[in-house]
Design a protein around this ligand. Structure first.
Ligand SMILES: [Fe+2]
Ligand SMILES: [Fe+2]
Length: 139
């Protein structure tokens, strides 16, 4: 089952950015599909989750670097929202490690979907609109 299907709600209004987000989602889905869901291989599942965490973190790091370089004023709030998702993924890994009964489709999928639905269409959109304005009206 595909963990996250692309939704219109995810769109930022910038085709290039949407394409990057689509690739990120495809990679997450690919890693998720390789998790052994029988529950017998916890360390394997944690490894795949840590790869997912790494991919998401790399996307955020790139975005944050661009924001800092361009002097984006709402950088802190944006970065704080990135941290929320990264923490949620770490919490799921901790819970799995602690032997808690985690349903990845539900627990991970729902959290990531909810977060993407808000973040892409608000925070990322806001930043890219700002960025484009700056480019059109350099100080
Ligand atoms: Fe972002
Ligand atoms: Fe993004």
């Amino acid at each position: 089952m595909t963990l996250i299907a692309w939704r219109k709600d995810f769109e930022t209004g910038f085709a290039g950015i949407d394409f990057e987000h689509q690739s990120l989602i495809e990679s997450i889905n690919d890693l998720h599909s390789r998790i052994d869901q029988s529950g017998g291989n916890i360390s394997g599942a944690i490894r795949q989750l840590s790869e997912i965490h790494g991919l998401v973190e790399a996307h955020f790091a790139l975005e944050e670097r661009i924001m800092r370089e361009e002097g984006f004023s709402r950088f802190r709030e944006h970065k704080a929202d990135h941290s929320i998702l990264l923490d949620e993924i770490l919490d799921i890994m901790d819970a799995l490690n602690a032997g808690e009964d985690i349903d990845l489709d539900k627990d991970l999928g729902q959290k990531v979907r909810d977060w993407f639905t808000t973040h892409f269409s608000t925070f990322d959109r806001d930043f890219h609109i700002w960025e484009q304005r700056e480019k059109n009206n350099p100080q």
